[in-house]
Design a protein around this ligand. Structure first.
Ligand code: KG4
Ligand code: ZN
Length: 344
């Protein structure tokens, strides 16, 4: 293979929350390896992610996970073009483990270091499935984020809507806890919702006319109050119906706001991303809406929706091509801004 045909091989590293992950991706779209060590079992008994425990697990796992990703991809350090790492947002102690590992490896092997925004990673999970067509609209729904992002080209992000309080995944997890479901509650709620009916008529927060922002704390409180009031009266709602009614409310707002934004910004594609993108009700409703509107829609497979490093390598490839580099002074940034990455 001559130099012109040489593929771009990037190692991605992700440790922003409770998954230690490493992956090798070729040309920003072909997965050569995708290793994820999940800590869910360790956090389950606490009902949520415990930052200290997360950091310790990352330290234990990171070297093994990276070695495994390199071995599975059958590449050497000399084959790589760069190392991409999640710089933020996320838990600072967790992010630091990935950032330090990436810096040490970049230094030892004299490779470029590419900082990646976690949400850009979630968006670029879609490029592992299909070509991205601009301008596009990405709906990001995860444990920490609910955002509508407009992209006019690769590596350029405009946040046109975001949550004013709880993220969708956070609301899922909190309501699930009230229903005594194990952590993480999102997948459990999704499963229950499929067996119930939307009979409880929970509120939908549309906010002001023309706003693409979201708010889920009112809905979360409405569900929790309904359950507590019922318990005080000695009544009981079927958890399946609570889950189905909650999910209908969340999905309605997410999909309708995406429809309005897609019309306003006249996009050529809608992408779904983030952990809550694994939700069956949301996937179905978003696909229907896009068919209605005649806009192509990409919904990644479940294992690319939750945190992984292939998405970080995919986004990092764009950063690499655009000349985005970090020095060895790179620090984790738990409050990193996505639009700050636009100065490429
Ligand atoms: O993107 P992610 O893996 O981590 C963050 O960056 O936050 O998202 C995790 C979130 C959790 O809140 C989890 O409950 C939610 O995604 N989730 C789901 C489903 N699968 C994961 N929520 C609803 N339905 C699902 N099927
Ligand atoms: Zn995430």
């Amino acid at each position: 293979m001559n130099e012109q045909e040489k593929e771009t091989l990037i190692l991605g590293i992700e440790t922003s929350c409770d998954e230690t992950a490493a992956s090798v991706v070729a040309n920003g779209c072909e997965i050569r390896s995708n290793v994820v060590a999940s800590q869910i079992e360790s956090h389950k008994r606490f009902g949520g992610v415990v930052p200290e425990i997360a950091s310790r697990h990352h330290v234990e796992q990171i070297t093994l996970v990276i070695e495994e990703a390199m071995k599975e991809a059958d590449v050497t350090w000399a084959d790589l073009d760069g190392i991409a790492v999640t710089q933020g947002p996320g838990l600072v102690g967790a992010l630091l483990v990935g950032v330090h590992a990436a810096k040490a490896l970049a230094f030892a092997h004299q490779l470029p270091l590419i900082p990646v925004h976690h949400i850009a990673g979630h968006i670029y999970a879609n490029r592992l499935i299909s070509e991205m067509k601009f301008p596009l609209l990405a709906l990001i729904v995860s444990g920490g984020h609910t955002e509508l992002i407009y992209m006019k080209e690769h590596g350029h992000y405009m946040v046109i809507g975001e949550t004013r309080d709880d993220a969708a995944g956070e609301a899922y997890d909190k309501v699930a806890r009230t229903l005594d479901l194990p952590y993480p509650g999102g997948p459990q709620m999704d499963r229950l919702a499929q067996e119930g009916s939307d009979i409880l008529d929970f509120p939908r927060a549309w906010l002001e006319e023309g706003s693409f922002d979201f708010s889920f704390s009112g809905l979360k409180s409405a569900v929790i109050n309904t359950l507590h009031n019922a318990a005080q009266r000695g009544e009981h709602y079927a958890p399946e119906d609570v889950a189905a009614s909650f999910q209908a409310s969340v999905v309605d707002v997410l999909v309708e706001k995406t429809r309005q934004a897609a019309r306003t910004y006249r996009v050529n594609q809608v992408l779904l991303a983030g952990g809550v993108a694994a939700n069956s009700g949301l996937r179905e409703a978003l696909n229907h809406m896009c068919q209605d509107e005649g806009i192509p829609c990409i919904v990644p497979p479940l294992k690319l929706c939750t945190d992984n490093a292939a998405m970080i390598a995919a986004a990092g490839t764009i950063g690499f091509i655009k000349g985005h580099r970090a020095g060895l002074a790179l620090n984790a940034n738990p409050g990193l801004s996505l639009e700050g990455f636009n100065t490429l």
